[in-house]
Structure formats: C-alpha cells, structure tokens
Design a protein around this ligand. Structure first.
Ligand SMILES: Nc1ncnc2c1ncn2[C@@H]1O[C@H](COP(=O)(O)OP(=O)(O)O)[C@@H](O)[C@H]1O
Ligand SMILES: [Mg+2]
Length: 238
C-alpha cells in the first residue's frame, strides 16, 4: 500500500496550467526525489500537495483525500511543507519559530519533548535558541525550517530545494540528517532538488519532471546508474 497517492494531478495559477496530470505513489516511509530543470513545476507540485495551490485530480494520504482541502486541514492531516526559501520568521527567535511549528497540530502535549528530539537532529539550533532566525547562517536557517516542520509530527515531509544557496559540506550534512529523520521517525519524504546526485543518494524512488509532466520514473539506483538518462533528462551528470 502507498502512503501518498497522486492521480492525474492538474494545477496551475489562474488560467495558466503548470501541472498536466501527474500520477505517482510513494510507499510509507520512503523518500521520493522530484528532479527536473528550472520551471518544470516542482515547486507547484509541492504547493498542490500541501493545498497552497488548488489542484484537480486526486491526492490521497493514507487513503484520505486531500484535494480541495485548505492548507490548514492538510497540515493537520500530517503534511509538513518546507517551502523554497525556507519560510522561517526572521525577527523571531529559534525557539519561537520551533514552537510555532506545533501550532497547527492536533495534540499540543509533548511539545517540550519534541523540541529536545529536534535538538538531537540539529544540535546547532540548541545553542542558538534565543537568537533570532535572521541571525543564523543559511544552513542553520534550513535546519530551523526542517525542525519547525518536524514539530508538526508529520506523516509526510515536503522539502523544496533544501540545498539552495548552501555550501556543499552543509548540504551533505543536511541530507544526512533528512535521511536520519526518515529512518527514525518513519516519515515519508518528498524532496525536490536541483542537485540530483544528492537527492538520488538518499531516495528510493525518483521522478523527473519536465514542463509539468513526469518524463521518467524509476528507482533512484537505476536513474543514478544510467548516465545517458542523467544527461538527456537532467542536462548534467549525476
Ligand atoms: N505564483 C505564480 N504565479 C504564476 N505562475 C507561476 C507562479 N509560480 C510559478 N509559476 C510558473 O509555473 C511554472 C513552474 O514553476 P515552478 O513550479 O516554480 O517550477 P520549478 O520549481 O520546477 O522551478 C513556471 O513557468 C513559473 O513561471
Ligand atoms: Mg522551485
């Protein structure tokens, strides 16, 4: 059985259609990578999954239909979206940002325990609790954004270009942590990445998007092994 099931998803902005009928599934506890060039519709796909843009077709999480529901409702169902550009609140402290992440979840108990759990993944955040998010480095801000998403105790974590603007070393560390979260929390992950090599390194399945359509799907291993695929679909070596 799949955890996330997307069928004939169509979405866009106003009259401009961006996604032209996407279908794919993600098994429980798996990491799925969405790859593809700029403008392919990767961000729009994540927005459609979290209800930030309206979609037609079907998006089901654990059998529950999410299409047409509000972003709030979808978040309460366990979908946490870390948007492109991170979406942390710069004037607020690290701790305030993290506590905000628990705001929409159903059960408010255990927030302090969850904070501790998040500090084990991101020890750098613990030493910066009282600092404003705006004073953090890019890598720490991305960690904060993911930490905040984890406060929702998500069943499905959506990550949009977590490596954007970060140094390679920081990016590798970040992906290692995402993998650890996936393994320890059994959180299903959909990660959008320009850095195909990194994403394929932690994912089980991958889909390549081009102008709003899936042009290639397969196991991460297979896509990684096929250099010709990488060159023709991704435009670079993985
Ligand atoms: N808020 C928006 N309003 C109108 N068009 C948008 C908006 N955001 C993105 N688009 C358009 O949708 C298409 C896909 O964009 P996007 O989903 O951001 O792609 P990607 O994340 O793969 O780079 C692009 O043609 C882009 O110009
Ligand atoms: Mg994008």
């Amino acid at each position: 059985m799949s955890d996330l099931s997307v069928t004939e998803l169509v979405a866009g902005y106003g009259d401009a259609r961006v996604l032209h009928g996407l279908s794919f599934t993600v098994a429980p506890g798996e990491i799925c990578a969405i790859l593809g060039p700029n403008g392919a519709g990767k961000t729009t796909l994540l927005r459609a999954l979290s209800g930030m843009v309206r979609g037609r077709g079907s998006v089901r999480l654990g059998g529950t239909e999410l299409t047409g529901r509000s972003p709030d409702t979808i978040a309460r169902r366990g979908v946490a979206h870390v948007p492109e550009g991170r979406g942390t609140f710069m004037p607020l402290t690290v701790e305030e940002n993290l506590r905000l992440g628990a705001y929409v979840r159903r059960r408010r108990t255990g927030v302090d325990a969850d904070l501790d759990r998040i500090y084990t993944y991101f020890p750098a955040l613990k030493s910066r609790l009282r600092q404003t998010a705006g004073s953090l480095s890019g890598g720490e801000q991305q960690m904060l954004a993911i930490g905040r998403a984890l406060m929702l105790r998500p069943r499905l974590l959506l990550l949009d270009e977590p490596s954007l603007g970060l140094a390679p070393l920081i990016t590798r560390e970040l992906f290692r942590i995402v993998r650890a979260i996936n393994e320890q929390e059994r959180t299903t992950v959909v990660v959008v990445e320009q850095n195909a090599h990194l994403a394929l390194g932690i994912a089980q399945q991958a889909h390549v998007l081009e102008t709003g359509r899936i042009v290639l799907s397969g196991t991460a291993e297979r896509i990684r092994a096929d250099e010709q695929v990488a060159q023709s679909y991704l435009g670079y070596r993985v």
